[in-house]
Design a protein around this ligand. Structure first.
Ligand code: ZN
Length: 376
């Protein structure tokens, strides 16, 4: 049975629950008892729904529901970088319905809210997650409340507004905005469709990695050895952990691939912790960075991200803003226009190549998470 389970005390909650934290304060994980699904052989369905046998709302009873909420998410191209980097592949999620990988998780949250008869949902974000959720809420006929910092730029809010979401501008930092959203959710019994707190989101982002394995198999190439992932709130990294952990649990994979987590040097609480061997993010003074999508000074799932990276035998690096901008310009010069945050991992790849030339022999995948027209 599909359920929510406290990460700290293992207390269980039904999927239909409006709880977004355990009564002990712990964060919730998602658990299910699906039979093994080999991503390479999975086939029934379009886009990410080809993995429906191991996805929430993937059963026959929810087919009509999924068809009414889906915007055609998933099934994005895996492009060879070509040129001087024959071992490098780019997974182009900037092709998604709202132009970022967040659609993979947003569809799960909109489905949950609709299935469990919530009329109104809320999220705190001023970026791609809010754009994605606003779109899927509109598609599902739900009222979407988006809590944003009062300082959020008008450009960022245009798409959210266009989808008919209700904007709540909150004074203070990201934590204050999250607190305001949680208070409103509790008071009004809305569904908290948070890309950070709601673990259904990671069920969507895990499909990113299963698609890559399936695409490599279709082309007759070996699966990637290294994934370089930008990390702020960890929505992609925790999806990677989920994707590979399930395959290992089912006996379909021997060990985790190598994961390199990337933070912007100006805002790197997880990197600071990683370097010291700490298990929780360090308190930092965040500075401005062009990689706004991963500029999270106090990630709520920080402890979980660090533990997952350790279990995956991963590593962590930081990149400077000028390297990110140079990497973005170079991708654009080769026909690939992504937002600044999305270029952080290409910058990290080049940095790794420069200090470890043997890295050029590894088969590497970079996710390209968001479209270039989304950032200034
Ligand atoms: Zn608990």
């Amino acid at each position: 049975m599909e359920r929510l389970v406290c990460h700290d005390c293992q207390k269980e909650y039904p999927l239909a629950s409006s709880h977004f934290r355990c009564t002990c304060g712990g964060l919730l994980d998602f658990q299910a008892d699906w039979p093994p699904v080999d991503p390479i052989a999975a086939g029934d369905g379009e886009g990410l729904w080809r993995f429906r046998a191991a996805l929430p709302f993937g059963g026959a009873e929810d087919r009509a529901l999924v068809a009414s909420v889906s915007l055609g998410e998933g099934g994005t191209p895996l492009l060879p970088a070509g040129g001087a980097e024959p071992q490098l592949w780019l997974k182009a999620d900037y092709y998604m319905p709202t132009l970022s990988f967040k659609d993979r998780g947003a569809v799960m949250l909109a489905l949950a809210a609709k299935k469990f008869a919530f009329r109104e949902i809320a999220i705190d974000s001023s970026g791609n997650a809010a754009c994605a959720l606003a779109a899927y809420a509109a598609r599902a006929g739900l009222t979407c409340h988006v809590f944003v910092p009062a300082s959020a730029s008008a450009a960022k809010l245009r798409q959210i507004r266009a989808h008919g979401a209700v904007l709540h501008a909150i004074s203070g930092n990201r934590s204050d905005v999250a607190a305001a959203a949680m208070a409103a959710v509790t008071e009004n019994n809305w569904y908290y469709a948070s890309h950070v707190y709601n673990p259904l989101f990671y069920q969507g982002t895990k499909t990113y990695f299963w698609e890559i394995l399936a695409q490599c198999a279709q082309r007759g190439v070996q699966p990637p050895q290294v994934y370089i992932l930008p990390v702020g709130n960890g929505t992609l990294l925790l999806g990677a952990y989920q994707a590979f952990h399930e395959l290992i649990h089912w006996g379909l994979l021997e060990r985790f691939p190598h994961v390199v987590a990337v933070q912007a040097a100006a805002c790197a609480p997880l990197y600071a912790a990683w370097r010291q061997g700490a298990s929780v993010p360090l308190q930092i003074t965040a500075e401005e960075t062009v990689a706004e999508g991963i500029a999270i000074a106090a990630p709520p799932r920080g402890r979980q991200i660090l533990a997952a990276l350790r279990e995956m035998n991963g590593e962590m690096v930081v990149v400077e803003d000028d390297a990110i901008l140079a990497a973005r310009a170079d991708l654009a010069a080769h026909g690939i226009y992504v937002e600044k945050t999305s270029a952080a991992n290409y910058a990290a790849y080049r940095q790794l190549l420069a200090c470890r030339p043997e890295f050029a022999k590894s088969r590497v995948v970079l996710p390209l998470c968001g479209a270039g027209i989304k950032s200034d």
